[in-house]
Design a protein around this ligand. Structure first.
Ligand code: NAD
Length: 256
């Protein structure tokens, strides 16, 4: 895979899956733009090792004005975004009746509305340049539900639907839009759910095993590197007619 000459923006790429996807795209030669919070310097240093110093924007994706600033930065500094990976996501676990309104609004904003904003702002440049890839990191929770994850499941189902609509609206172009639907990947987002079980009395090993046993028949985590390979495939010519797919990589989760 040769992505030299392409600029890739990966939202939420300072950690977990986003950092893994950014690393795979950078290894294939893409110019990266990172986004997200936390240990930004570590993420920038990791991606720079692939040969090109990445750009970075600190947009909080719950705020459309900050998303507009990030996309303007991408245009000004790198001439636009050829590969848009909508990855940033947050989670909150609680029964519906107890689900905090603020958490509901934040999850819908970051996990769903941000995908609309980045896509609407990236598409005109992709159309002008005649090529583009939009890869939305949804989840198995874009295709099936779990209890106590109402906002996350609603947002991820929304991302899968939005992916299909964008795929239809770009179907006669060399721009494709697809979703990736991972099962459990051991990232800080999932570690927090393991920590909740440990706080409730399970050992770390029990918590990890129980989390996998409930949903993921392989009993193994999906890795960011495996998801990176799928993203690279979706960027390639072989995937030119993969449009509107919601591609699960989930250790058998959805086969049940
Ligand atoms: P993570 O917590 O490791 O990383 C999330 C990233 O998003 C971080 O870089 C964080 O700084 C960034 N972020 C959070 N809120 C933001 C905001 N308001 N503005 C900008 N950036 C923000 O999580 P992860 O597990 O790597 O998850 C990445 C994506 O993969 C999410 O969309 C998540 O829903 C999805 N996903 C994760 C799993 C899993 O098992 N880990 C499974 C399926 C789908």
């Amino acid at each position: 895979m040769n992505l030299h000459g392409k600029t890739a923006l990966v939202t939420g790429s300072t950690s977990g899956i986003g950092l893994g996807l950014a690393d795979s795209l950078a290894a294939a030669g893409a110019q990266l733009i990172l986004n997200g919070f936390g240990d930004v310097d570590r993420a920038l240093a990791q991606i720079a090792q692939r040969g090109k110093a990445p750009g970075y924007h600190d947009a909080d994706l719950s705020d459309p004005a900050q998303i507009e600033a990030m996309m303007a930065y991408a245009g000004r500094r790198f001439g636009g975004v050829d590969i848009l990976v909508n990855n940033a996501g947050i989670q909150h676990v609680a029964p519906l009746e107890d689900f905090p309104v603020a958490q509901w609004n934040a999850i819908i904003a970051v996990n769903l509305s941000a995908v609309y904003h980045t896509s609407r702002l990236a598409l005109p440049g992709m159309r002008t340049r005649g090529w583009g890839r939009i890869i939305n990191v949804a989840s198995v929770h874009g295709l099936a539900a779990s209890k106590e994850k109402s906002a996350y499941v609603a947002a991820k189902h929304g991302v899968v639907g939005l992916t299909k609509t964008i795929a239809l609206e770009t179907a006669r172009t060399a721009i494709t839009c697809n979703a990736i639907c991972p099962g459990w990947v051991l990232t800080p987002l999932v570690q927090r759910q393991i920590d909740l079980r440990v706080a409730a009395g399970e050992s770390p090993q029990q918590a990890r095993d129980a989390l996998l046993a409930e949903k993921q028949p392989s009993q193994e985590f999906v890795t960011p590197q495996q998801l990176g390979e799928l993203a690279l495939f979706l960027c390639g010519d072989a995937a030119a007619q993969v449009r509107g797919a919601a591609w699960n990589m989930d250790g058998g989760w959805l086969a049940q």
